[in-house]
Design a protein around this ligand. Structure first.
Ligand SMILES: [Zn+2]
Ligand SMILES: [Zn+2]
Length: 186
């Protein structure tokens, strides 16, 4: 018999009723769902509503639940040089320790570990964790190709489509000299 441990509110909320305060107990979940939000940044993201896959394990430890897994999706963005569409599969590691409200923490521990969270002991919400994981995994400047030559700074032509694209330099002082030399490669 399959028992869903997810709560109705969000695909990324998980009930911990069978694991909480039972150190050593473990559960894995594998699910696909439409992205409840934009997963990514302004320049590249898995769009809201696109398929996202989450494979995650919940492990009950002394002070809470240790979460680890991966979130997978297809990000769509814009090439930082030529503005063409960029599609990028993303597989982002997800991990964090969700502490019970009463768990004692050593001084300074919170500051050192940015993957430590608190939860009510009942339900873990992985939305923020997975959003951050995907955003971290995506490039700051997506490129359609590592060698994308970008756009002509004079007319905006996409240089990858026109490898020989060049403009005549209209400056009478140089016209004589230019006729003797090849156009300069950029
Ligand atoms: Zn490009
Ligand atoms: Zn041009």
């Amino acid at each position: 018999m399959h028992v869903s441990h997810r709560t109705a509110d969000s695909p990324l909320q998980f009930s911990m009723r069978d694991l909480a305060r039972r150190p050593g107990q473990q559960r894995t979940e594998s699910l696909e769902f439409p992205a409840p939000a934009v997963f990514g940044t302004d320049v590249i993201a898995v769009p809201q509503g696109a398929d996202v896959k989450l494979e995650v394990s919940f492990e009950s430890v002394t002070d809470g639940i240790w979460v680890s897994g991966t979130v997978t999706g297809d990000a769509v963005g814009e090439c930082g040089r030529c503005l063409d569409e960029v599609r990028l599969p993303v597989v982002a590691p997800v991990q964090g320790l969700f502490l019970y409200p009463e768990a004692e923490r050593e001084d300074g521990e919170e500051d050192e570990l940015d993957d430590v969270f608190e939860f009510d002991g009942d339900t873990i919400d992985l939305e923020q964790l997975t959003l951050d994981a995907v955003a971290t995994e995506l490039p700051f400047t997506p490129l359609c190709d590592p060698d994308c030559p970008g756009l002509c700074d004079q007319c905006g032509a996409r240089l990858a489509d026109e490898p020989d694209h060049a403009h005549e330099v209209i400056d009478p002082r140089w016209s004589t000299l230019q006729s003797l030399t090849e156009p300069k490669e950029s």
